[in-house]
Design a protein around this ligand. Structure first.
Ligand SMILES: *[C@@H]1O[C@H](CO)[C@@H](O)[C@H](O)[C@H]1NC(C)=O
Ligand SMILES: *[C@@H]1O[C@H](CO)[C@@H](O)[C@H](O)[C@H]1NC(C)=O
Length: 350
């Protein structure tokens, strides 16, 4: 008893600020960037620096975006027309690097893509009727379906009978898919001559498909990060013409189509790991080392960090909290009140 009373006099205490990184928790935030950029330059900047251009999916997001943007007009991630494969893959995330094999002058205004025997691609009206090529994951083969269907019906057919409409992500795949189309012979000319000559050429009046739908299509409203575009907040005044990118006006918190080549500031998305801060009081019973020495303080901090991380099984960031007298530690004596470790400033985010 007498011994423990003595050790109380040797106790030293300080305030330790503990910031817990929440490894499984990511919170989406907006970041306003005041640089003047075209929409696609802004997209590149956001993807390199943060995550992507901002996606606004509800009224709350819209208010947050408005506040983040201050008093200005800025690009958000919505744009008109993104190409997508019906069977999407991880590696599709950057469309600018995709393999493409457009015929000269394509893609035009059509939003669904067909391939011909020569392997060239054409953007057509999605309601046009066409044969199509399905991919079967089971066999690893592309299968020509010689039935006339709209792109959507063709997709439904492939998904129910095989795996999906065929995707083409390389020259090799392009050759594999175009190979399933029948070779175009002189058949039509042959039958034409046959008729003209009144002869009995046995050429069939074959309607073998000259082109077939593949899985590529364009969705008209899309966010840069690939989110669906159900929520919209367009203002009444819209310009006409081909304005394919969306600007948010924060004074009215509405959106406008603008030409993508205009220069504006922009809003990015980013994911942050929030940190939870707590302050704990640390009491130690040895005064042999000089705890006023920052080197010693850091050594103690490292040991504590290791111990807390072992105990809690997650990463933490530690700091000593300075007392009003400029010291970290205080001798706990009966005369002096122990330091009060209050919750204070937030840790912020990483
Ligand atoms: C937008 O709304 C979603 C769904 O409520 C939310 O998870 C996300 O954090 C919001 N984004 C921003 C940047 O506030
Ligand atoms: C979006 O793109 C389609 C197809 O290119 C076009 O018909 C339409 O007018 C565009 N919309 C706007 C608002 O520019």
């Amino acid at each position: 008893m007498a011994g423990s009373r003595l050790s109380v006099l040797l106790l030293i205490s300080g305030c330790l600020q503990v910031c817990d990184l929440q490894p499984d928790l990511l919170v989406r935030r907006f970041r306003y960037v005041g640089l003047q950029k075209t929409w696609s330059e802004a997209q590149t900047y956001c993807r390199e620096t943060f995550k992507d251009l901002a996606t606004i999916q509800n009224l709350n997001n819209n208010t947050e975006a408005q506040q983040a943007g201050g008093r200005s007009q800025f690009w958000i991630g919505l744009f008109n027309g993104t190409w997508r494969w019906s069977q999407e893959e991880e590696r599709d995330s950057n469309p600018s690097t995709w393999f493409k094999n457009w015929n000269t002058g394509e893609p035009g205004s059509g939003s669904c893509v067909s391939i011909n025997k020569a392997g060239m691609w054409f953007a057509k009206d999605c309601s046009a009727l066409n044969a199509f090529v399905c991919f079967s994951a089971e066999t690893g083969q592309h299968v020509l379906v010689d039935q006339q269907k709209s792109w959507l019906d063709a997709q439904a057919h492939c998904r129910s009978q095989h795996t999906d409409l065929s995707s083409i992500r390389s020259l090799v795949e392009n050759a594999q898919v175009s190979a399933v189309l029948p070779a175009q012979t002189q058949m039509n000319i042959g039958s034409l001559f046959g008729n003209l000559l009144g002869g009995s050429f046995s050429t069939s009046t074959s309607t073998s498909p000259t082109s077939a739908w593949i899985g590529l299509h364009r969705s008209l409203w899309a966010w840069s990060d690939g989110s669906g575009a159900a929520f919209r907040q367009f203002g009444l005044v819209q310009s006409n013409g081909r304005d394919d990118c969306v600007l948010m006006d924060s004074s009215s918190s509405t959106w406008f189509w603008r030409p993508c080549t205009e220069y504006h500031p922009f809003l990015c998305n980013t994911d942050v790991r929030p940190m939870m801060m707590r302050t704990v009081k640390v009491r130690m019973s040895s005064a042999s080392a000089d705890l006023g020495d920052p080197v010693v303080q850091n050594l103690v901090l490292e040991q504590l960090k290791k111990r807390i991380e072992d105990e809690e099984g997650r990463e933490v960031r530690l700091n000593w909290r300075m007392q009003p007298d400029g010291q970290v530690f205080r001798r706990e004596e009966d005369t002096a009140p122990p330091p009060v470790c209050q919750q204070e400033d937030a840790c912020g985010t990483v």
